[in-house]
Design a protein around this ligand. Sequence first.
Ligand code: UD1
Ligand code: UDP
Length: 354
Amino acid sequence: MRFASIVGARPQFIKIAPVSALLRQHHEEVVIHTGQHYDYMLSAHFFKELSIPEPDYFLECGSGTHGAQTARMLAAIEQVLMKEQVDWVLVYGDTNSTLAAALAATKLHIPIAHVEAGLRSFNRTMPEEVNRIVTDHISDRLFCPTETAHKQLLAEGITQGVSVVGDVMYDTLLHVQPRLADQAHMLLATLGLTPHNYILTTVHRAANTDDAATMQAIAYALNKLEMPVLFPVHPRTKACLHRYHIQWEPFVQLIEPVGYLDMLALQYAAYRILTDSGGIQKEAFLLGVPCVTLREETEWIETVQSGWNILAGSNWQNILNAVARPKPQPPQSNPFGRGDAARRIVQSWQRRGE
Ligand code: UD1
Ligand code: UDP
């Protein structure tokens, strides 16, 4: 069987890593990088750090408005797929790269497998929500990370080709987990921080960064925390912080985006995590660190139901109240599977003798 795996943005590199490693033991794989993310610390670094095979195609589609960016990716991916004659296209998550890849494949009648299918925030103003819905409805094989995602697909009438395999990001996390304590020890010393005595934050959702009042409210809350705050800043956020002239208290430390092991180590040793990232909400849960989500809704609802994640939105008082909440009871179970999602995904083709 010959696969085209199509990725383009940071969280997709973390998702493809375990799947690609196993897929190549049994099948042929062509890796296509759309170039949605292109800064070294958002892209090439992860290929090296996670030993992801070098992309066979780097399409250099870059940034732009949603329509222009998605259109460039669609046209470029189509050219590659027409040449490569693959049996399946594998797509990950919910970015514009996911949508473009799925559209290119379906127009060429190539079956699509969607890793991280069935997630919904029920907020269609969020670009990722539209990407997920369209991708799920044109996919032939849908790999759900959770039971909730599976139920959602059934509710939308998608019943064929669906399986719950667990979350591939958990596979990647387990791979580095034994190294986190040492890495945190080393890294915190260089940052002048002490374990469990700082708050880690990330903000990059358009709904937060593109509205001055919302970003200012979040910054106001961070400035009121009276505890060291470490903030690895996404490039889109960097531009907005500059544009809105946001000033910081001395205990808020802004740094460039960090690599995967470093990010996990920083999460592992944090007192609390404040984020609007999808992946980080899950990682916080898996690492046992209480999370405050800077959004009104989440597609990772299990983290909220267990008490380990609080949806605070961008209201500064809600954010401060959520940070002050005591640590919840340890979760009864892990809704994200057993850390063998990649194996289950790859085995789904072997089971069918394909
Ligand atoms: C994208 C995804 C989002 C995901 C996030 C992960 C969509 C719609 N959004 O958002 O789901 O959570 O990636 O990080 O696909 N930029 C750089 N260097 C880069 C990449 C981007 O400077 O390497 C800047 C550009 O100014 C660009 C902006 O960041 O316009 C936004 O980049 P884009 O890829 O469009 O969206 P993200 O916010 O990164
Ligand atoms: N991440 C990282 N370095 C950073 C910020 C995030 O390695 O500076 C990792 C994070 O640990 C998680 C993934 O990137 O594994 C999440 O990506 P992001 O927040 O960009 O996207 P989302 O998950 O919201 O789509």
